[in-house]
Design a protein around this ligand. Structure first.
Ligand SMILES: NC(=O)c1ccc[n+]([C@@H]2O[C@H](COP(=O)([O-])OP(=O)(O)OC[C@H]3O[C@@H](n4cnc5c(N)ncnc54)[C@H](OP(=O)(O)O)[C@@H]3O)[C@@H](O)[C@H]2O)c1
Length: 340
């Protein structure tokens, strides 16, 4: 009988947050595809920060993952056996079947992968959900204007690198926050950011204030927490804050001491007439055509670059996933599950 290799959620994280022991590698039986169904072989699995929230009990904007089930996630898969019209063996599709090597799917859950001439992994990164979130979130909620200062955190990552480069293309002055010298050099030397700041620098707050001498017009917030707090006094009147992610805050952790800036934020929202908008990728899907048109053109012309952090082997997915929360990933995090 055919089987699928799965990385399952074996236990919910404890107070220390997600750890390797929360995952289990299991080979489970897989039924044959029925009428109208296809058998998929996973080639690539996307690893994304939202998966951490799914490991906990209780939903936030999506249901939590079930214990003993594969971790959720988007994949690029190859069609094997097909009993479905319009799908032939060898076709490549995007499927949300999670951390597993094979899956039987119904075609209405699949997105055929267009041939862009770029590596297929881009459909999980710069041309996928992450790139779309950066492009759409910046343009719709950041509303960057030529000459304005745009600040983005987790700037070398899948979302942040798109935000910063689109802001640069729109004529903004771009400041990126990342961890470590290598990522900061990448931002300025390869992606054309005006300034890169190391969030682990002991003088980070002072350097952020100096870099934002004329204030921040758009803050694309990928991390929340202390970095968000540090931006509040630097926001210009009318600044837009696009609240994309809160990776610095693990919801299992109690709030850190001394970082409660709520009163300060309320006052800044009023006095500086700020727009602070939380958003989800799913609310940006009406921008798909413009997103794909602009991004493929900018990548082809060399105006926009991307970086992928590809790890081999489904069994290595948990370790690669945990690197998202230590800043050890460098670029869009992807697991190669099988060779194309
Ligand atoms: N709203 C939506 O629909 C949506 C969609 C996609 C992604 N997101 C969010 O966007 C953010 C970026 O996602 P991504 O896929 O592009 O990930 P990524 O930037 O490729 O990787 C995560 C990065 O977050 C930074 N980070 C990790 N822990 C941190 C901490 N404690 N404090 C500050 N920074 C920390 C690290 O960068 P450095 O170490 O270099 O700082 C790490 O490399 C995440 O918060 C994610 O949840 C939201």
């Amino acid at each position: 009988m055919k089987t699928t290799l799965q990385v399952q959620l074996a236990a919910r994280p404890g107070p220390e947050g997600p750890a390797l022991q929360n995952f289990a590698l299991c080979d489970v039986p897989l039924r044959a595809p029925g009428a109208g169904e296809v058998l998929l072989e996973t080639l690539y699995l996307s690893l994304d920060p939202y998966m951490r929230a799914r490991m906990y009990e209780g939903a936030n904007y999506a249901a939590s993952a079930a214990l003993g089930a594969p971790m959720p996630g988007a994949t690029i898969a190859r069609v094997g056996t097909s009993n479905a019209d319009g799908f032939a063996p060898g076709d490549l599709v995007e499927s949300a079947h999670g951390w597993q090597s094979h899956h039987v799917a119904s075609p209405d859950t699949l997105r055929p992968i267009p041939d862009t001439g770029l590596p297929v992994t881009t459909e999980l990164g710069v041309l996928g959900m992450a790139g779309h979130t950066g492009y759409g979130g910046l343009l719709r909620y950041g509303r960057p204007q030529k000459g304005e200062t745009v600040l983005v955190s987790a700037a070398s990552g899948a979302v942040g690198s798109v935000v910063g480069q689109v802001a640069r293309i729109k004529g903004c002055r771009v400041i990126g926050i990342a961890s470590g010298e290598q990522k900061c050099r990448y931002l300025t030397d390869e992606l054309g950011f005006d300034v890169a700041l190391d969030r682990r620098d002991p003088w980070f707050d002072a350097k952020l204030a100096a870099a934002c001498e004329t204030g921040i017009d758009v803050y694309f917030d990928n991390v929340g927490g202390e970095i968000f707090a540090a931006t509040i006094p630097l926001l210009n009147t009318g600044a837009r804050i696009a609240v994309c992610g809160t990776i610095s805050v693990d919801r299992n952790q109690p709030p850190a001491q001394g970082t409660d800036r709520l009163t300060m934020l309320h006052s800044a929202i009023l006095v500086k007439q700020l727009s602070l908008q939380g958003f989800l990728y799913t609310g940006l899907l009406d921008m798909t055509e413009a997103f794909r048109r602009d991004m493929t053109a900018w990548i082809a012309s060399g105006e926009l670059r991307y970086r992928e952090d590809i790890v081999d082997g489904l069994e290595n997915a948990p370790e690669a996933f945990l690197r998202l929360f230590t800043g050890e990933n460098f670029g869009k995090s992807i697991v190669r599950v099988a060779h194309a």
